[in-house]
Design a protein around this ligand. Structure first.
Ligand code: DNO
Length: 359
């Protein structure tokens, strides 16, 4: 396992120099956030980004994300051109030596929360989701009502988009994903990149839009749509863990060889469709982090892991979920857990015996 942290680029208040001071973290998860969705990335763009990371003594380990254009998910006529652009970006990322690309296939909205600053009793704040608060959001006003939403749509754009989605149900979305994978996976495989599809967050339909990457069977279906190791998964414990139906360690074991990246985050389920984000250690929420990491160890996972969202603690301000302090605590907890798992293995499993070591 390689411990990494997400960095949002030169404007991120969490500087690369600070990330480097977190023990054990040497990989960076990042993206070219200023390139418009649907535009192919360039070698110059990715190399300049990688150079900044190298200069800080770190390594560009994962691209998260190359965003998938809405027309690809909708299966619109322009999708071939947009898939070509995505594939070109993957090629450029591979040429720059970054081995993993995370992406998602969620209609209209990426991850969704209804509260970015839920006050906890210790004075920290955390992200939370409540179905009843979501039901109160009025989309006829565009994305204006949504907390911290990155992509902004005005009322007209939102209504056009929702109209277009009326003819795409879950099965059609699966077909559109298959169409996309058929064209992109071979490119990724040829240039040494592993694709890692991020599950839908939360893992159930919102605003009447289909959401399909939500469960163990769905993840199996993704990997079998195009049976190539380059067609893999980002295993996000927080997204998948907000549904009580998901048995995370069993899902990990069933995905042997196909988990290329992990997001480790803990959630406390407060209702069937409600949850709060909590500190990373398993004791605080519903994700049995020890059991998940043990399963990852058992399947031989040796890829990048990042502590996912943290709370805002110690007076830190900035991008909700992505402060330095609580994510750094998460990185240390996860590494401690991993070390204990590795060291509790029988000695012969820790270090294969070589003839020279036999007295
Ligand atoms: C939230 C993140 C997601 C993730 C994308 C991957 O903090 O986990 O936004 O980056 O869904 O494409």
């Amino acid at each position: 396992m390689q411990m990494t942290m997400r960095w949002f680029g030169p404007g991120d208040p969490v500087r690369l120099e600070y990330i480097r001071q977190v023990p054990g973290v040497n990989g960076i998860v990042s993206s070219l956030h200023d390139v418009a969705v649907g535009t192919a990335w360039t070698t110059d763009g990715i190399e300049a980004h990688a150079e900044r990371i190298d200069k800080a003594g770190l390594r560009f380990a994962v691209v998260e994300s190359i965003p998938v254009h809405e027309d690809i998910k909708l299966g619109a006529p322009s999708r071939d051109r947009l898939i070509d652009a995505f594939a070109e970006s993957v090629r450029v990322v591979g040429a720059a030596g970054v081995p993993v690309v995370c992406y998602n296939f969620m209609p209209v909205f990426d991850w969704m929360r209804t509260d970015l600053h839920l006050l906890r009793d210790d004075g920290s704040t955390a992200l939370a989701f409540s179905q009843s608060a979501l039901d109160d959001v009025d989309l006829s006003r565009g994305t204006g009502d949504l907390p911290g939403w990155a992509t902004t749509y005005d009322a007209t754009a939102m209504s056009e988009l929702l109209h277009a989605w009326r003819s795409v149900n879950a099965e059609r979305l699966w077909e559109n994903l298959a169409y996309f994978l058929e064209r992109v996976v071979p490119v990724a495989a040829a240039c040494g990149v592993n694709l890692a599809l991020h599950p839908d967050d939360p893992p159930w339909p919102i605003f009447g839009l289909p959401r399909i990457i939500t469960s163990g069977p769905a993840l199996q279906r993704v990997t079998s749509l195009h049976d190539d190791p380059a067609n893999g998964i980002t295993f996000c414990t927080g997204s998948l863990g907000s549904s009580a139906a998901n048995d995370l360690p069993a899902m990990v074991r069933a995905l042997e060889g196909r988990i290329h990246f992990t997001h480790s985050r803990n959630v406390l389920r407060t209702g069937a469709y409600d949850f709060e984000e909590v500190p990373h250690p398993g004791a605080f929420g519903d994700v049995d982090m020890f059991a998940v990491l043990a399963a990852l160890h058992d399947i031989g996972f040796d890829g990048p892991m990042r502590p996912d969202h943290g709370r805002m603690i110690w007076g830190e301000t900035g991008r909700a979920g992505y402060g330095l302090h609580d994510r750094a605590l998460g990185a240390m907890y996860l590494q401690g857990l991993w070390e204990a798992i590795v060291r509790q293995q029988p000695v012969f499993q820790q270090q294969p015996l070589s003839p020279r070591r036999i007295p």
